[in-house]
Design a protein around this ligand. Structure first.
Ligand code: ADP
Ligand code: ADP
Length: 227
């Protein structure tokens, strides 16, 4: 069973505008790590944002676990998203940043505490829980952003160019950390990047996009072996 299913999905920013995502058809399996790759402006972020409910769908249908989600508000989707710019709250500690979403959902304090500490342990950021984001390195900040996403135990994990602000060495290290993390959590993951090496080394399958259209969906091996 496909966990996420796009059926003829299109997106236009404005009624008479051209489609920036054009009749997208795709099935993403449960626990799959899928990478959307393509040049800047080809519609990768827009596609992620439609899955998260942050962007209206102009045409077609998106299903998650066979439920039509076109009109479902973001908070009713079991999805967490990580962005390139970390999107951490600068005035909150690492602990508060990770706990924030759980507090909004009014979980009991001890449950929040357990969940935050579990996420911090998995990501090895326990020593930094009382620090502010500006007192952390880029890699540590990105781990906090990951922590804030995984703490809710989401069914689907969306990552939009999460490593592009890091230097090359850290980027390579974080790639394997992210893979290890999502395999451990067994969460369906969609990872967006413009970096072909990143796509080829990380994805179970790769969706190659250009100008709002899917050009190819294949495993890294299949892509490598095609002329
Ligand atoms: P990518 O993530 O692949 O860089 P995007 O999904 O961000 O691509 O953008 C796809 C196209 O949609 C681009 O041409 C971009 O300029 C346009 N676009 C993105 N967001 C908006 C918006 N809020 N309003 C109008 N156009 C947008
Ligand atoms: P409020 O509830 O008053 O809107 P928040 O608790 O949401 O404040 O935000 C705390 C601080 O984090 C504010 O300075 C806000 O501007 C900043 N902030 C909120 N959302 C983001 C975000 N996505 N990325 C970075 N900073 C943010």
């Amino acid at each position: 069973m496909a966990q996420i299913h796009f059926q003829q999905v299109s997106k236009r920013y404005g009624k008479d505008k051209e489609a920036v995502v054009d009749q997208f058809n795709l099935e993403i399996c449960d626990k799959e790590f899928i990478v959307f790759v393509g040049p800047s402006g080809c519609g990768k972020s827009t596609t992620l944002r439609m899955i998260a409910g942050l962007e209206d769908i102009s045409d077609g249908e998106v299903y998650i676990d066979d439920v039509l989600v076109n009109d479902l508000p973001p908070k009713d989707r079991d999805i967490a998203m990580v962005f390139q710019n970390y999107a951490l709250y600068p005035n909150m500690s690492v602990y508060e940043n990770i706990a924030f979403g759980l507090r909004l959902r009014k979980l009991p304090k001890h449950e929040i505490d357990q969940a935050v500490k579990r996420a911090a342990r998995v990501l090895e950021i326990e020593p930094f829980l009382e620090r502010k984001p500006k007192e952390l390195s880029g890699g540590q900040r990105q781990r906090v952003a990951l922590g804030r996403a995984i703490v809710r135990n989401p069914k689907v994990f969306l990552m939009d160019e999460p490593l592009s602000n890091l230097d090359a060495k850290l980027r390579v290290q974080m790639r394997s950390e992210i893979i290890r993390l999502v395999k451990k959590l067994e969460v369906t993951t969609i990872y967006v990047t413009h970096d072909q090496t990143e796509a080829m080394t990380m994805g179970d399958r790769i969706v190659v996009m250009k100008d709002g259209i899917i050009q190819q969906v294949d495993t890294p091996e299949e892509i490598y072996n095609k002329p």
